[in-house]
Design a protein around this ligand. Structure first.
Ligand code: BG6
Ligand code: MG
Length: 216
């Protein structure tokens, strides 16, 4: 039985539901460019970097743009997105997350963030959770997007814990693969139909406790 020493959390879709704000901001951009963007389209952007998200959006709209224009649009979308997350409050932490983090701390299990978002520090500040993390690895500190394992390997390194003693919590398939590529255990957050190759999948943290961190 593996003794888990660290838990690594994705942020968007695991700790908070920021997908709804990403959706509004991307939809506004799509509409401005003259096409629609649906919630189903938005599913394709989960766990995907900002630049790649814009490329997918432009593919949906059948639009080709040069790099400079793409950079402008990504910046514009981000400004709009940030205007929403600046209003976030601690009551947006998803149910059960805070209790579980407290349980981990009480039991000496280390906690890291492993997020693709460059806005992760602002979100953690808004919801009042920054102090709970022993290490924060986000879109500002990685050069390779999930499913590359970089974000989680850097997290384990910052905590000085072996990858095999870590478990990752992820809501996106690319994130599950990143955790596997890092040689870590992984718990999916969401529906098993959308999350393959996790140790197990749960709908959220409401029924989670440290006794479930037992892996062979
Ligand atoms: C991920 C989200 O956590 O972060 C993606 O799931 C998002 O939807 C990505 O595109 C990058 O986020 P940001 O905040 O840097 O634009
Ligand atoms: Mg996510």
């Amino acid at each position: 039985m593996t003794q888990i020493k660290a838990c690594l959390f994705d942020l968007d879709g695991v700790v908070v539901d920021t997908a709804k704000y990403h959706f509004i901001a991307w939809k506004e951009l799509a509409n401005e460019l003259g096409f629609d963007f649906t919630e189903a389209d938005n599913e394709r952007l989960k766990g995907v970097s900002r630049v790649r998200s814009l490329e997918i959006l432009l593919e949906i709209g059948g639009i080709e743009l040069d790099e400079e224009r793409k950079e402008q649009l990504a910046a514009q979308k981000n400004e709009n997105y940030v205007s929403y997350i600046r209003k976030m409050k601690p009551d947006e932490i998803l149910p059960g997350v805070e209790d579980f983090l407290n349980q981990l701390r009480k039991n000496g299990i280390l906690i890291a963030l492993g997020s693709a978002s460059k806005n992760a520090p602002l979100i953690l500040k808004q919801i009042g959770l920054t102090h709970m993390f022993d290490a924060i690895i986000d879109g500002n500190s990685v050069s390779k997007a999930k499913p590359d394992p970089e974000v989680f390997l850097k997290g384990a390194e910052a905590l000085n814990v072996k990858p095999t003693d870590c478990v990752v919590f992820e809501d996106a398939q690319a994130g599950i693969e990143a955790a596997r590529n890092a040689g870590m255990h992984v718990i999916g957050i969401g529906h098993p139909d959308n999350l393959k190759n996790a140790d197990f999948v749960m709908p959220g943290f409401e029924d989670m406790n440290i006794d479930k961190l037992n892996f062979n």
